[in-house]
Write a protein that binds this ligand. Sequence first.
Ligand SMILES: [Zn+2]
Length: 283
Amino acid sequence: MGSNQTIRLIAAQTGGMVETLRKTHDCGPLGTMAVGRVASAAVLLSATLKGRQQVGFQINGDGPLREAYAIADADGRVRATISVPRAELAGDDIVLGAGFGQGRLSVTRQLTDEAPYRGIVQLITGEVAEDLAHYLHTSEQIPSAVSLGETLDASGVLAAGGLLVQALPGADNAVLGPLIERIESLPPVSEYFARGGTPSDLVTSLMDDVEILETRPVNFVCPCTREQFARRLCTIGEEELRKLTESLEDTVVECHFCRTEYTFDKEQVGALLYGARMYDKAD
Ligand SMILES: [Zn+2]
């Protein structure tokens, strides 16, 4: 993250994280672009978070990809999921906007222990970068320019990343206009990283008189635990849980962010019945 007081630049190199997402969800090319771009967008939004704050970035569309969702926190930990990782389009072109179709983008900012702030906009292109810029402008009143992309080959993700430029109060249009033109004329941000550039190089190459304020690592991390899924099983209620104890099969629940499966045998499900009764009473 860099700034010249009134203009904030955030650059994120996310290739390693996106490759991990591709493998975790066994994505095809379209699915990789979708989950990667949504995760990189969440990383850009997380750059100004502090402490235990986190941000959720979700696209729901009527296209074959259906839904992609990412959560990023102040420490650069990101998790993301996609409902149809191997979605395909008719024809040879891989167009992310067509993969998402018509739909909406929602951003959820969990800034304190209070209720989260949620903003929703209709998708403009479904290519994610334009949609994020539109969201920031209309929903958070921050004029912004966004670039997001990934470079793939048959073996996987070679590079991925994002760039966010924001005009803060008092920003000079004489500085901002040429900067945005410069960004629009650049090759895709992932190609910059594929050639060995770093986020700090990118930020300092875009503007004179820029100060690097902070750098953070970005990693795919899912904080899910077996206890968390046990608690969630309790919330389905005593009656449903009792049915599971009578079933012949073990109960298997899967974390949709990291695809870890947690197996509960009949005794273990039975031990949750007390917890389920407490939930039923609380209703
Ligand atoms: Zn998980």
